[in-house]
Design a protein around this ligand. Structure first.
Ligand code: ATP
Length: 314
């Protein structure tokens, strides 16, 4: 069992009222790695994580955490798994530090509470009752509660959502340390920079199934590495523009597409080169359009998702 992956999910299905919100999802998360699960609202990320935590019963498929069944072997898993839920899931009547001390007392080899609370800035609200904490403070406390027992696997549902930049950095630093210590970290996030910064392995989920997976570098390097963004009037003929840019670009026609990401903002993906940029400005000039904020950059995970689904990640 000691060599089993942190998490292994095979063909997971979970239905609510007959509707499959997780629909044949496969995922392997290794120990000593950060696996980021990305996807738009309602894609099934939280439901998948909750099946791993033993909080939901799968309708079909197989879920193993450290080689164990989260439902049948819940008692054996509990001391080895750290869970940070999206809504905190903390009791509200106790003081922050008391709660953390109480949780730590349930473990055989807990982390030092004072060290953890200093790192996550819990000291500044240690004696405040949980119900009076701000959203970001609650998040930090929930993270401390998930980590205090030195788990071998941690599930973090949007760990730094709503946090100020300083707290976010503290969280990221802790996550990197966990990885170094050999902990398997599985996190969901809407923050592309969080995934790009932390993840060894990214899994993109849409409609309850995985539509892409790999390292950030692998995912953004598919095709050409660049994107072209610009702003002008909404409602351009994206198909016509894509045709013109493709004809102007590399001979292999590898320019992918033109997307209007929000009204008046455009993204060109694919093999963007100087000829494509020239063709864009010529196309705009012929229509008396002034394109502004023209920028050429590298692809992001957000662009990958848009390419795969034609939709924005959020
Ligand atoms: N207990 C439930 N009963 C019925 N439907 C549910 C239940 N829990 C979740 N759903 C539905 O299942 C779908 C997937 O939800 P889930 O929370 O897993 O998505 P998510 O990818 O985590 O989204 P988000 O990014 O918004 O957290 C959504 O349409 C949600 O409304």
């Amino acid at each position: 069992m000691s060599n089993s992956p942190a998490v292994e999910i095979t063909q997971l299905v979970k239905r609510y009222g007959g509707r499959a919100v997780v629909d044949g999802l496969d995922l392997v998360a290794a120990r000593g790695q950060v696996t980021a699960v990305l996807g738009p609202n309602g894609a099934g990320k939280t439901t998948t994580i909750e099946c791993c935590e033993g909080l939901r019963r799968p309708d079909d498929g197989r879920v193993r955490v450290l080689g164990l069944d989260p439902l049948q072997q819940a008692a054996a898993l509990r001391p080895r798994v750290g869970v940070m839920l999206q809504d905190g899931g903390l009791p509200t009547g106790v003081r922050a530090i008391e709660m953390l001390r109480h949780i730590s007392s349930m473990y055989a080899r807990p982390r030092e509470v004072s060290e953890l609370s200093e790192r996550l800035g819990i000291d500044s609200f240690a004696t405040t009752s949980v119900r009076r904490l701000s959203g970001g403070q609650r998040q930090r406390l929930a993270l401390a509660a998930a980590l205090v027992g030195r788990p071998e696997v941690v599930f973090l549902d949007e760990p730094s959502a709503g946090m100020d930049p300083q707290s976010r950095n503290a969280v990221w630093e802790l996550v990197r340390e966990l990885r170094t210590e050999g902990v398997g970290v599985v996190l969901t996030t809407h923050l592309m920079d969080e995934a790009e910064d932390l993840a060894d392995h990214v899994v993109i989920v849409d409609h309850g199934a995985v539509i892409a997976r790999g390292s950030v570098a692998d995912l953004v390097a598919a095709g050409d590495d660049r994107t072209l963004r610009f702003r002008t009037e909404p409602g351009l003929d994206a198909v016509d523009l894509a045709g013109v840019l493709t004809a102007a670009g590399p001979a292999d026609g590898s320019l992918a597409a033109v997307h209007e990401t929000t009204p008046g903002e455009y993204l060109v993906t694919g093999a963007v080169d100087p000829r494509v940029l020239a063709a864009l400005t010529a196309w705009c000039a012929a229509r008396d359009l002034l394109a502004s904020r023209i920028s050429v950059g590298r692809r992001t995970l957000e662009d990958v998702f848009l390419d795969l689904t034609g939709r924005n990640l959020r």
